[in-house]
Design a protein around this ligand. Structure first.
Ligand SMILES: [Zn+2]
Length: 546
């Protein structure tokens, strides 16, 4: 297969731009000038019509499993009040038998009038007798109904579990809000979807990701059920995507620890090669662990979910077996703690897996240079900045903002950033992330941007979603750029991401997505022009002309 007449950004070390690629056996065989290549007799040729081509974008922190689950639950992301959600729960209840569970995800009280947490009372009125469990947009709080609390045995005498909080009212009654690890009391009771429904949802969300320009994701927290689902889909040839996954949960880790090494399934489609640990909560639910109290909650410095000694023990255990270690740290205290842990683990010597800090969202100034010094990768999500900028200062105050979402400072210290979205917390669209990284402004319209000195260049942002992501999982020899020998994962764009107006970046869509040299997605026009032999069984099409 020969692709020619494009502006093909290889993202090799020199930043070469070429006009022609030859793809054979799923890999790049040649990248250079059309004049220097003689196509084989029956080699198919695709004219890229001058379009910009990039290596396939990869989400460095995307929860495919949770996105698929969210498709099977109530989607509350668009709700703008507690009442609106209660009404949706009432409608769902009217379609169920008495006492059946109602699950949902995506609510965000910072988008509602008053910005206060909701309570069980509205759910109990809307769906009496139904256990209801609604997960906050960031996954760090669950809003439960009275029936759900009852089934979990949560009452006024229940104490907070380690690393969690059962929010209570002034009379000492649980309000229905469960923070961080207190959520496990209820979540374990929600019945999972059937294998068939879950597999179909995974296929559907992969198609959505491909249409947005993603050819893969690093999944921070996969359970054994999801590993089994992806493996079934790979076996059926229905998984045109690459997932590098970190295990979550004791049960999954126990199984892989016994196995003794990472696992690769399919032709580079799924690698189970890391463990995910959570050191603190999130800023929106005030569970992020801070050195000093929250400005808008002066008695609270957040939650440390796992003792740092335990994080160190697990880091050593996983690293010795060749697993990478990804630790969630949002607050400045959590970031100091995880860097301390990694520093001690690295001092052991021995195998050196990639160590990543997921989010690295609020950094004390003294911690910023430690990433480069230790070789620890900050895995950051630019759209968290543009979503949180509305209220981050209320939580943190002006001084701490200097180290908040501070990717420019991190890059200037010599580190590189793995770029992601944290979908389903944010939209999976990687062009939203590139836009946020280079503008720090909302997508809705012209805006000077928030803390504009922390912007990335477009080149850096594209690298964060490609070659730097590959490096952060130790796969830079195989993925992340379009150089001979690497996998032919690439996208041809509707518009040039390096030349368009900044506000256009978020609207870019791929007209063509290849994974391992096979067409995984095409828009209608390009799809119609493709030789039939290129269309893979799972290929989807979309209309990008709008
Ligand atoms: Zn996440």
């Amino acid at each position: 297969m020969l692709l020619t007449n494009g502006r093909i950004h290889t993202l090799d070390a020199a930043g070469s731009v070429v006009d022609t690629l030859v793809v054979r056996d799923g890999r790049v065989a040649f990248a250079g000038r059309r004049a220097d290549v003689n196509p084989a007799a029956r080699e198919a040729v695709l004219d890229l019509a001058g379009r910009t081509v990039l290596p396939g974008l990869v989400d460095g922190h995307g929860h495919l499993m949770l996105l698929a689950r969210a498709r099977l639950e109530l989607d509350l992301a668009a709700a703008r009040s507690e009442d609106e959600i209660a009404r949706a729960v009432g409608v769902a209840a009217s379609r169920l038998r008495p006492g059946e569970w109602i699950a949902g995800r995506g609510w965000d009280q910072t988008r509602w009038p008053g910005q206060g947490f909701p309570t069980r009372a509205s759910l109990d009125r809307a769906a009496p007798g139904h256990p209801v469990a609604l997960v906050r947009v960031d996954g760090h709080a669950t809003w439960a109904s009275g029936a759900a609390l009852e089934r979990a045995g949560i009452g006024r005498h229940s104490a907070d579990p380690a690393g969690g909080r059962i929010v209570k009212d002034e009379r000492g009654e649980p309000t229905g809000i469960l923070i961080d690890l207190a959520q496990d009391l209820i979540r374990a009771l929600v019945p999972p979807p059937s294998e068939e429904r879950f597999d179909a949802a995974v296929e559907a969300v992969i198609a959505e990701c491909l249409a947005k320009g993603l050819t893969g994701a690093h999944e921070p927290g996969l359970d054994l059920g999801a590993v089994a689902s992806y493996t079934r889909l790979i076996g059926r040839g229905r998984f045109p995507f690459r997932v590098f996954a970190a295990l979550s949960g004791k049960k999954a880790w126990r199984q892989y620890r016994e196995r003794g090494r990472p696992e690769s399934i399919g032709d580079g489609h799924l690698t189970v090669g890391a463990i995910k640990l959570w050191l603190d909560g999130a800023l929106g639910s005030r569970g992020a662990a801070l050195h000093a109290p929250y400005c808008d909650d002066p008695a609270n410095t957040g939650l440390v979910l796992v003792p740092p000694e335990e994080v160190l023990r697990l880091t050593r255990e996983a690293a010795a077996l060749g697993f990478h270690v990804w630790v969630h740290a949002i607050g400045d205290r959590a970031n100091t703690l995880v860097l301390d842990v990694f520093e001690r683990a690295l001092a052991d010597g021995g195998p050196r897996p990639r160590l990543r800090v997921e989010h690295a969202q609020i950094l004390a100034p003294a911690d910023i240079p430690r990433f480069a010094r230790l070789g620890v990768v900050p895995s950051m999500q630019p759209t968290h900045c543009t979503s949180d900028m509305r209220w981050a200062e209320e939580r943190l105050g002006p001084e701490r903002l200097a180290g908040a979402y501070a990717w420019r400072s991190v890059l200037d210290s010599g580190a590189y950033v793995a770029g992601g979205s944290d979908f389903p917390v944010e939209d999976a669209n990687p062009f939203h992330g590139i836009h946020a990284a280079v503008t720090r402004a909302p997508r809705e319209g012209p805006d000077p941007g928030w803390q504009p000195a922390q912007r990335m260049s477009r080149e850096e942002a594209v690298r964060a979603f490609t070659i730097w992501n590959a490096r952060s999982i130790g796969r830079e020899a195989e993925l992340g750029s379009l150089e001979p020998g690497k996998r032919a994962d690439l996208i041809a764009l509707s518009e040039d991401v390096f030349a368009c107006a900044p506000e256009r970046i978020a609207r870019i869509a791929p007209v063509l997505t290849l994974v391992g040299g096979a067409v995984a997605h095409a828009d209608q026009e390009v799809g119609a022009s493709l030789p039939t032999s290129w269309r893979s069984s799972g290929m989807s099409t979309s209309d990008t002309s709008a």
